[in-house]
Write a protein that binds this ligand. Structure first.
Ligand SMILES: Nc1ncnc2c1ncn2[C@@H]1O[C@H](COP(=O)(O)OP(=O)(O)OP(=O)(O)O)[C@@H](O)[C@H]1O
Ligand SMILES: [Mg+2]
Length: 460
């Protein structure tokens, strides 16, 4: 019932159901008890009207055609019953044109109306017979249309009885009544729809704003202006949650930055102490491990710094070709020692982009280090800067399978435990690129291998 999840359809559904129930039950539940207490005149609804209508219908049903083709009243069991309950009940039916009373009519009424019967169509009257000792006795004369033709009917002295209401209930949903109800129902449903839609507009606006909030914009709040009071507590609770999450995230970031900062000194001391040891295989392993720890700490600090600065101002402009060339040059001796070459392809004309030099060094450095590790011995890693401020680091190793091209940027993701590294480099690179309003992704090198690409925000 997905449709009923919508507030407007629930409202309309409930409205239709409730009003239908009311439509059928109000007469019985409100009018009947009143009738029981003797109140038979409720506003414009006069219960007596139903009594008369019912009496007339009973009489109508009792009109039969004789074999000679004449109409007469033959008391049906229903009419007999009714008469037994209403000893003062009188009835008559007569030909509409001639005014001649049908056989079976109460003589008393026929006598009373003897000169008037042909004219009753005009009167359609409610009447009281002069001289009747019951002052409340009412009569009604009316033309009716039946399968047997059109004729006049007169009923007199019918007494209200509670089951007249049942008759009313049964006959109430006439086509006319239902047709009158339908437009009302449709109009009110429409009003409900419009009201719900309009009242929820601020919620839609807020949802759009909320959709823009991410880890870097936790200081934003969902607007509460014009918010319906029913939804306001929810929105306020949401804003409260954003506040707490924002504070928590800020605390965590400060903790990471502080821890990284604090750990730098002991690592530096550790490295100096390692320098003093004799050159043994275990010393080389320890040096490599400590270098790894140092690199991770530096990456974390770079991230913390970018996060801090990106909050206040945009990154400075730098010559992308120059900056990338510097990093590549730094890695050339490492590449040579590892038996690989490192080639640099500058952009055709100088390209200016927005980035912090130390952030760019960290990202490009990590890509170059990864590529040198992937490049087969004797091969060349190519670092390229294109005219549209994209830095490409191309190797000819195993490459990255299409299925891993998103997950490779997850923290601690490594293809195999055997390779050195913490699996943090690419995750941090992605964070940094987002903070610099850039993007990082990986493609396949034509002919095999991986090409990591960094798109920087270009300054024209
Ligand atoms: N150029 C590449 N070719 C093939 N696989 C790669 C390449 N670069 C990275 N990978 C794979 O992605 C994993 C994650 O790389 P990432 O740079 O995030 O971490 P790492 O290099 O293992 O450690 P860290 O960078 O933290 O020192 C690597 O372990 C490797 O399996
Ligand atoms: Mg790496």
């Amino acid at each position: 019932m997905r449709l009923l999840r919508s507030l407007s359809s629930r409202l309309v559904f409930n409205w239709v159901v409730i009003s239908l129930i009311a439509f059928f039950t109000v007469p019985a539940t409100v009018l009947l008890p009143l009738a029981a207490f003797g109140v038979d005149d409720v506003g414009y609804v006069r219960l007596e009207g139903h009594t008369v209508k019912r009496a007339r219908v009973i009489v109508m049903h009792a009109v039969r055609k004789t074999p000679e083709g004449r109409l007469r009243i033959e008391p049906t069991p229903e009419l007999r019953d009714y008469m037994a309950r209403n000893p003062r009940f009188r009835f008559a039916a007569f030909d509409a044109r001639t005014g001649e009373a049908f056989a079976g009519s109460s003589q008393e009424l026929v006598d009373y109306f003897s000169s008037q019967l042909g004219k009753l169509e005009m009167l359609g009257a409610t009447f009281h017979i002069l001289g009747d000792d019951d002052p409340d006795s009412r009569g009604s004369a009316r033309m009716v249309r039946t399968p047997l033709g059109r004729f006049g009917t007169i009923v007199y002295g019918a007494q209200f009885h509670w089951d007249d209401m049942l008759f009313w209930l049964y006959n109430y949903p006439t086509t006319a009544n239902v047709l009158a109800y339908l437009p009302l129902c449709a109009a009110l449903s429409l009003v409900a729809l419009v009201v719900v839609r309009r009242s929820l507009t601020p919620l839609r606006v807020s949802a759009a704003k909320l959709a823009e909030i991410d880890l870097d914009s936790l200081d934003r709040r969902v607007p509460t202006a014009d918010m319906p009071s029913e939804v306001l507590p929810f929105v306020e609770a949401l804003n409260g949650a954003l506040e707490r999450v924002g504070a928590g995230v800020a605390r965590q970031r400060r903790f990471i930055a502080n821890s990284a900062h604090e750990l730098r000194t002991p690592i530096a001391i550790l490295r100096t102490r390692l320098d003093q040891l004799d050159d043994t295989p275990i010393k080389q392993e320890l040096e490599r491990d400590s270098l790894r720890i140092q690199t991770i700490l530096e990456q974390l600090m770079v991230l913390a710094q970018v996060e801090e600065r990106a909050k206040t101002c945009a990154a400075p402009q730098l010559d992308l070709g120059e900056a990338v060339l510097t990093v590549t040059a730094d890695y050339t001796p490492i590449a040579l020692r590892a038996g690989r070459r490192l080639a640099f392809e500058p952009p055709p004309t100088p390209v200016v982009a927005r980035a912090y030099e130390w952030a760019l060094e960290s990202v490009v450095g990590n890509l170059v280090a990864n590529a040198l590790r992937a490049e087969p011995p004797g091969g060349a890693v190519v670092v390229r800067v294109t005219a549209d401020a994209v830095v490409e680091v191309e190797d000819h190793g195993e490459g990255v399978e299409p299925a891993c091209r998103e997950t490779i940027f997850e923290p601690f993701w490594r293809k195999s435990e055997a390779t050195p590294g913490a699996g943090l480099g690419l995750a941090i690179a992605q964070e940094l690129m987002e903070k610099l309003s850039g993007r990082i992704w990986v493609e396949e090198t034509p002919g095999g291998g991986a090409t990591f690409k960094l798109a920087f925000a270009k300054v024209d």
